[in-house]
Design a protein around this ligand. Structure first.
Ligand code: GAR
Length: 199
């Protein structure tokens, strides 16, 4: 049986698109994306899912009464979907231990830096690349890791380095990190964990 994968998103969903494309091209064969869940009803990622014929759900954090209520609603849609693995692909909400312990070793996240640099609370999206450029590092990259109660603190599954170039802005660097690292290692990591779970 293919592992049932739910992808959690908040925005544009280019990493979700990379997963959909990897499923079509045969890079992901041990699992299937069965649900895309967004905390943001306006996320373009939801359109990408619909275009690919994948079920979607919205759990609008703004309409929830706090973190516990938000997570309960998330768990409800995930359970109804009989989710085996959860992929955070540009999901901009922190999940508590209550949630992460329920899916121990079954949640992975893609982060746009080489962890342990530029990660943890406050480091998300473009902020990560702003921080890397302002520090002056010459190499950055992306990391796929398991998710536990420590933000960006779970076991690392894969990393890929990307060189900084003269003239990089946070936006230019963000795009290169996606193209050269995130969109490659996220599908590979998803296949790896789904495949290993059969052993
Ligand atoms: C990606 O760069 C992802 O690594 C990052 O947000 C972007 C989402 O883009 N995630 C984080 O910073 C999480 N800490 P996408 O919606 O186009 O995939």
């Amino acid at each position: 049986m293919l592992k049932r994968i739910a992808v959690l998103v908040s925005g544009g969903g280019t990493n979700l698109q990379a997963l959909i494309d990897a499923q079509k091209s045969g890079i992901i064969t041990s699992g299937a994306i069965t649900l895309v869940v967004s905390n943001n009803p306006d996320a373009y990622a939801l359109e990408r899912a619909k275009n690919a014929g994948i079920d979607t759900a919205v759990v609008n954090k703004k309409e929830c009464i706090g973190q516990a209520d938000f997570e309960e609603k998330l768990i409800d849609v995930l359970e109804k979907n009989e989710t085996d693995f959860i992929v955070l692909a540009g999901f901009m909400c922190i999940l508590s231990e209550n949630f992460t312990s329920k899916y121990s070793d079954r949640i992975i996240n893609v982060h746009p830096s080489l962890i342990p640099s530029f990660c943890g609370k406050g480091f998300y999206g473009l902020h990560v690349h702003e921080a890397a450029l302002s520090y002056g590092v010459k190499v950055t990259g992306a990391t796929v890791h398991f998710v536990n109660e420590i933000p960006d603190g779970g076991k690392i599954i894969m990393q890929k380095a990307v060189y900084i170039q003269d003239g990089d802005t946070p936006e230019i660097l963000q795009r290169r990190v996606m193209e050269e690292a995130e969109w490659i290692i996220l599908p590979q990591a998803v296949e790896k964990i789904c495949k290993e779970s059969f052993k």
